[in-house]
Design a protein around this ligand. Sequence first.
Ligand code: SF4
Length: 322
Amino acid sequence: MPRRRRRSRCHPGALPFPVMTADPVTAQQLSPGAEVPATVRASLSPSRAADFKTCPLLYRFRSIDRLPEQPTVEQARGTLVHAVLERLFDLSPAGRTPRAASDLVAPQWERLVAEQPELAALFTDDGEARSAFLRSAAGLLQGYFTVEDPRRLEPAERESLISAVVDEELLIRGYLDRLDVAPDGALRVVDYKTGGAPREAFEARALFQLKFYALVLWRTRGVVPRVLRLLYLKDAEVCDYTPDADELVRFERTVVALWRAIEAATAAQDFRPRPSRLCDWCSHQRLCPSFGGTPPPFPVGPNPADSLRDSRSRPVRPGTDE
Ligand code: SF4
């Protein structure tokens, strides 16, 4: 039986939570495909915002210097499992079986390699390592079936880009793994986690990401999601979190403050390292002063940080499971 985390570990507030309407004054709606309002000066995704919160220098390396990062096997496995789960729901409900998911693994890997040739460099041996990798992805998918029965689900959205304007000038946006809508209109945001890294090191980041999506949905649909769900496939574990409107108001202030801090750091060209346990997963240690390195010269020209350009085209999804 899958273990279901005690709600109190994720949620300090009262339950159940009533569906509420968003304040239409402080935020503008932005439907998919709509023009970005002229007032918008920047955009921010949960990943980049979390980078800055974790370590300002990491944010700089990724969003301003745009240093390449070779995907790790673990990240590639996360990307593959997400791709299979997305395609699984293209099948008829009765066809969404563990066997069908396993059968999708190899073709989806071939598709990803064709789209992201750097993934092919992960396996250059005689094929045994690649086969073991595909088996490990199939194993994670079996973990999925112990926590959910996809034959009984009909997601409203999968891998969808959602966005909203806050504070008139900031576009917040991100890709949902899955959105479920109940007959009464209640929303459930679902995020698949496949990583093998210590949970506690990344849980705060995962919850930050989900609150980010909850804020966008509230601002665009006028409904506070009833459930933010993390599905940990490796551990076959579910973590549900129930946000409330007051919390999302505070979270919106946090996001705007974070953006202003990013702008100030950019103007001052001052992004400091903040060492933590997460440094073990950082690709840029050799350039980091905390590890004896020296960052490259600060890029000149327009600030490319998380530019609006990114919000208009879907980026190749990096392995988003840390
Ligand atoms: S190694 Fe650590 S402190 Fe340095 S940039 Fe990476 S996350 Fe930041």
